[in-house]
Design a binder for this molecule. Structure first.
Ligand SMILES: Nc1nc2c(ncn2[C@@H]2O[C@@H]3COP(=O)(O)O[C@H]4[C@@H](O)[C@H](n5cnc6c(=O)[nH]c(N)nc65)O[C@@H]4COP(=O)(O)O[C@H]3[C@H]2O)c(=O)[nH]1
Length: 727
């Protein structure tokens, strides 16, 4: 209700009447305004609505009835109470007034007390009516706001990817459900309202009531459960449900938010599969294999059983990948995995550790011959070729075996020892198996020490080059030298390359050391070239890895430039094996170097598998007959035939040929007779340290006396003397 004084509009064409009414009302605390006609009254009301109108009926122009009808027809003014003031006192006038909308009547002359009472009552009614109207407007606004809130809440609920259920504890029925819940379960909203949570869950109504009561009892706790719910089609869904209880009057509402776990479970399973199983073969991978071995060891310890670890590595698998392609290589690994599984009992474990490495765990009660049995079975199943993409592929495997508890008790040691034994099987010629022995371990440790020492040797520059002369048979003069690496190992003296070159190659250190050998040889050529000795060709051995990993071409060109030497004074000696590795890159490097004038020689020729036709792809100048054929060239007809064939083939291809490892006069005679171009061996000189070699070069004491003009047809007639004794 308004706190200011009410305003009363007095409408009368007679000024005395207006004045009289004003005089009666003002002392009562009312504001008054006056209008002298119906039209003026309507204009005044439109401008500012009064709280009550005293309306004369009989007025010129628009009369009181008309004014009342207009005001009551307008919603903005319909609630203003009207008291009609009239001299007319007949019943029909009163009825017409009421019909026009007037609330009360006063008859002129107006009775003061009646006026005050009627005015007061009507104003009270008006105030109450106003209050009701305002209140209902507010209520309506509130309802609208709530409805909009609810709509937003519904939309948000429906938009979430989780299913939301509101359940009344009293009725145990759904009171609200979002769209996701409907789609997740395959029900319509109404179907869910018609059912109960107990009907779609996996627990009974009683159990559900208990669980809700527990939630209510600890109402602040957000309860999370993994459960299954049944879809309309009868299938079950794995869900994770968060539940909370909310008080609602006398009831509790359980708010449940359910998340579909299918995808999460599937991706967790996928992750687990990826993390523990090898994608190619489906076998346990290294991680799972190690886990399985740990568990098997516990089982073996508890049951006092034996356990064997078999390490299996395919022989020359890389060749299959290189020649037949990775797709065939992968399929071979897959099929091999299947065959391995067939070789063991169900309780044994087969895993793929990576690449072409597989491993087996064999649990044995007391059958100590079982590992041998399995190893032989594996060899046997490999006799059958693999059928891959219409190709028959044959492969063998090398295996190493360790036994728990005899060899070791820790899982990692067992695998390491099995690997060591496998390596031994490879060394023994492949396609076989070896049991681990303590001796192998000592060798592994020694080998490890050697690796560490070699790393230090590279850092501390502990390598030197020795040089072995090469003699041109026609002239009997030294026409070149082979640079041979020696390791001055502190405390051990001079170490032969046989003992460390393979390790340098395996560790990759050969790339740095090989590069150093080339630089040192070129530096030496440069020193001699500009000194008393003059031009002297040096050949340097190059390992296969230098073509793949290092910058062989860059190293050679830099060394030639740095020491200002003609390229043909440097010769590179490559084994057949190194030519087989990464062929295209090797050919490119060799061709580039050959174009510059660098000489290329094939070392140990005859021991590899390459045909001469294959070798013709490479820009070769010279072949070196392997020492293995020279050793018995005078006693073994086969070796003699091979040596001879190599000399003839080389000459027919316009290549020079050199024999290495010549120790005897008889060997020399043979090679002279069959026109081998050059000779290298203890017969003339062993590899020598720089200073000794320089003395020989300067004094030319290494001479084949009379050889140039000797009769080369008869070996026993060769008048050769050698002035430098072999070591
Ligand atoms: N029984 C016998 N042996 C003879 C005779 N004349 C020479 N030899 C030996 O035969 C080897 C010839 O070298 P290789 O076939 O290149 O074989 C070399 C070569 O493959 C490798 N090597 C040596 N230096 C290097 C190098 O700088 N880089 C690379 N990658 N390998 C090298 O080490 C191997 C062994 O080198 P060395 O121990 O110096 O052994 C040398 C040499 O001392 C002989 O009349 N009778």
């Amino acid at each position: 209700m308004s706190s200011t004084a009410p305003t009363i509009l007095i409408v009368d064409d007679e000024i005395q009447n207006r004045k009289l009414l004003e005089a009666l009302l003002r002392p009562e605390g009312y504001f008054t305004r006056c209008a002298s006609s119906g039209e003026e009254a309507l204009a005044s009301i439109a401008e500012h609505a009064p709280d009550l109108i005293l309306l004369d009926i009989m007025m010129p122009g628009m009369d009181g009835f008309e004014v009342a009808v207009i005001l009551k027809a307008n919603p903005a003014t319909s609630n203003i109470p009207i008291i009609m003031v009239t001299a007319l006192d007949d019943r029909s006038a009163r009825l017409a007034g009421l019909n026009a909308g007037a609330e009360e009547f006063l008859t002129k002359p107006v009775d003061r007390a009646e006026l005050w009472l009627r005015v007061r009552n009507l104003l009270r009614l008006k105030a109450f009516g106003d209050f009701l109207q305002n209140h209902s407007v507010i209520l309506e606004q509130e309802v609208q706001a709530r409805t909009a809130d609810l709509q937003r809440f519904r939309s948000a609920m429906d938009a979430t990817a989780d299913a939301i259920f509101l359940v009344s504890r009293n009725t145990m029925r759904f009171v609200e459900i979002n769209a996701t819940a409907c789609s997740m379960l395959g029900y319509t909203r109404q179907e869910l309202f018609d059912s109960s949570p107990a009907e779609i869950g996996e627990v009974s109504l009683e159990a559900l009531e208990n669980s809700y009561d527990n939630i209510i009892a600890g109402q602040k706790i957000d309860v999370l459960v993994d459960t299954t719910i049944r879809r309309k089609d009868g299938t079950y869904l794995q869900v994770e449900v968060h539940q909370q209880a909310q008080k609602s009057g006398n009831d509790w509402i359980i708010v449940g938010v359910a998340r579909d776990l299918t995808e999460r479970k599937e991706s967790a399973q996928r992750l687990h599969q990826l993390a523990h199983y090898d994608v190619l073969t489906g076998l346990p991978n290294r991680t799972l294999f190690y886990e399985a071995l740990k568990n098997a060891l516990i089982q073996a310890t508890d049951s006092d059983w034996l356990l064997a670890v078999l390490f299996v590595d395919l022989d020359h698998f890389k060749n299959i990948n290189d020649t037949l392609g990775h797709a065939i290589g992968d399929e071979l690994l897959n099929q091999f995995g299947n065959r391995l599984v067939q070789c063991v009992r169900p309780r044994d474990t087969v895993g793929r550790l990576g690449g072409d490495e597989f491993a087996l765990i064999l649990l044995m009660h007391d059958e100590s011959s079982y590992p041998t049995l399995v190893a032989n079975k594996i060899r046997e199943v490999l006799r059958e070729p693999f059928e891959i993409q219409d190709q028959e592929v044959t492969i063998s495997a090398s295996m190493g075996i360790t036994i728990y508890p005899d060899d070791a008790t820790a899982h990692e040691t067992l695998i390491k020892y099995a690997d060591t034994a496998m390596y031994r099987a490879k060394q023994a010629g492949r396609d076989t198996y070896r049991f681990f022995t303590a001796q192998m371990n000592a060798e592994v440790l020694a080998r490890h020490d050697l690796e560490v020492a070699l790393h230090k040797a590279v850092e501390n520059k502990e390598f030197v080059l020795h040089y072995q002369p090469k003699v041109l048979l026609k002239s009997g003069r030294i026409i070149g030298l082979e640079a041979l690496l020696r390791w001055q190992r502190p405390g051990y003296g001079l170490i032969s390359p046989h003992l460390f070159i393979p390790i340098l190659e395996e560790t990759g250190l050969i790339v740095r050391v090989g590069s150093w050998a080339i630089t040192t040889a070129c530096q030496q050529i440069g020193q001699w070239l500009h000194g008393a000795i003059g031009p002297m060709q040096i050949s340097v051995n190059v390992a296969g890895r230098q073509f793949i990993e290092g910058d062989l071409e860059g190293d050679v060109l830099k060394a030639l430039l740095d020491h200002d030497i003609p390229a043909d004074l440097l010769e590179l000696e490559l084994t057949e094996g190194s030519l087989m590795v990464n062929t295209e890159r090797t050919i490119t490097i060799l061709k580039n170097l050959k174009t510059r004038g660098v000489q290329i020689s094939i070392d140990d020729f005859g021991t590899g598998y390459s045909s001469l036709a294959y070798l013709r792809r490479f820009p070769i100048d010279k072949l070196k007959i392997d020492i293995a054929f020279i050793r018995e060239v005078t006693t073994n007809p086969d070796d003699a035939a091979i040596a001879l064939a190599i000399i003839r083939m080389a000459h027919s291809l316009k290549l020079e040929v050199i024999a290495e490892g010549v120790e005897t006069e008889a060997q020399l005679a043979f090679l002279l007779r069959y026109h081998c171009d050059q000779i290298q061996g203890y017969y003339f000189s062993p590899p020598l340290p720089l200073l000794e070699l320089e003395q020989i070069l300067l004094s030319e004491t290494l001479d084949l006396v009379g050889m140039a003009d000797s009769n080369t047809e008869r070996q026993d007639e060769l008048p050769i003397t050698f002035k430098s004794a072999p070591q």
